[in-house]
Design a protein around this ligand. Structure first.
Ligand SMILES: [Zn+2]
Ligand SMILES: [Zn+2]
Length: 330
């Protein structure tokens, strides 16, 4: 802008024309003619226009922001739903997951495998789903089980405790002197102080043997009488006594059977095979439990009976499927 330039005030449609220059602002310089002309426009109109433009921009910006917010919200919601869906697939085990699991290891490909999966009935899906959930629970239990190191430490502590007890005599026998845990049998509870009472094992053995020798005919007669009266119960008692005898002399009997097996390895193998074949054929609990605990650190006792039943059901179904396939010559 040059002071020699002429000034031109633009016409205004809203305000009075040719007002004081303070009502105008410089807009542009017209250089087309020899004497340049500075063009001024109405300040009020310009300000209004700017305000309008500003407002317009603000509205546009506002709308844009709103749109963006909505998009973000939608995206979050979608991702939340997506995650929820993923979680639900894993947690609730959607049908396709169960079908995949059931079809695992089946030697079919592509379309045939799809068809196989499709044909699995709803009931079996439910059964398999229950199994999967139980397996997952067991997996969870497995993780919370103590480690091998912890188990060994516990064993060590227990052994130390036993050693401590073994070092201290529990009672004194007039015939045999100090008696330790392994030399006594439990003999009820002392009513005066609630403490466990013990008797010398050797002495008791002797007393029983003497009693038997003295009253042999009487005792045997009584046994026979009892046997005739209630053979079922007699057998039960006999078995219980055998079991007790076994438990008391566990090591001896185990050694005896081990020795027998060592001398007759073929018999041992045959017996084991017979036992195994029977268990596999009849889906015995032991076999099913073994299948479940295989490659885990679970014990049989950790497996709930429902799990065994369900696993049995699934194994039966798998066998039936296999059997049908063989019969159809597939
Ligand atoms: Zn104006
Ligand atoms: Zn004694």
């Amino acid at each position: 802008m040059n002071s020699s330039n002429r000034i031109k005030k633009m016409k205004c449609f809203y305000h009075e024309n040719d007002r004081d220059i303070s009502h105008y602002v410089f807009w542009n310089t017209d250089i087309r003619k020899k004497n340049h002309i500075d063009i001024y426009e109405c300040r009020e109109c310009k300000e209004k226009l700017e305000r309008d433009i500003d407002r317009e921009n603000r509205i546009i910006e506002h709308n844009r922001k709103q749109k963006e917010d909505a998009r973000l919200r939608r995206e979050i919601k979608n991702s939340e739903e997506y995650l929820k869906r993923l979680k639900s697939i894993e947690n609730d085990l959607w049908d396709f997951k169960v079908r995949d699991w059931l079809a695992k290891g089946i030697k079919l490909k592509g379309y045939e495998k799809g068809l196989y999966k499709e044909r699995i009935p709803k009931e079996i899906l439910q059964l398999a789903r229950a199994t999967m959930k139980l397996m997952r629970k067991i997996e969870h239990i497995k993780k919370s089980l103590p480690t091998r190191k912890e188990i060994e430490e516990q064993k060590r502590l227990k052994q130390a405790e036993i050693d401590m007890i073994n070092k201290k005599p529990i009672m004194r026998c007039t015939h045999h002197g100090d008696r330790f845990l392994e030399n006594v049998i439990k003999s009820g509870v002392d009513k005066t102080n609630g403490k466990q009472r013990f008797k010398c094992k050797e002495c008791m053995k002797r007393i029983h043997a003497e009693n038997y020798k003295k009253n042999k005919t009487k005792i045997l007669a009584a046994h026979n009488r009892y046997k005739e009266q209630d053979p079922e119960k007699y057998r039960e008692m006999k078995n219980a006594s055998k079991r007790k005898c076994w438990a008391l002399n566990k090591e001896k009997y185990i050694k005896k059977s081990l020795d027998y097996d060592k001398k007759n390895p073929n018999k041992k193998r045959l017996r084991q095979r017979r036992f195994k074949n029977k268990a596999v054929k009849e889906l015995a609990d032991v076999y099913v439990k073994n299948q479940i605990v295989r490659d885990t650190r679970l014990k049989w006792a950790d497996i709930p009976q429902e799990m065994v039943d369900i696993k049995k059901g699934i194994m039966t179904i798998k066998r039936l499927v296999k059997y049908e396939k063989i019969n159809k010559g597939e």
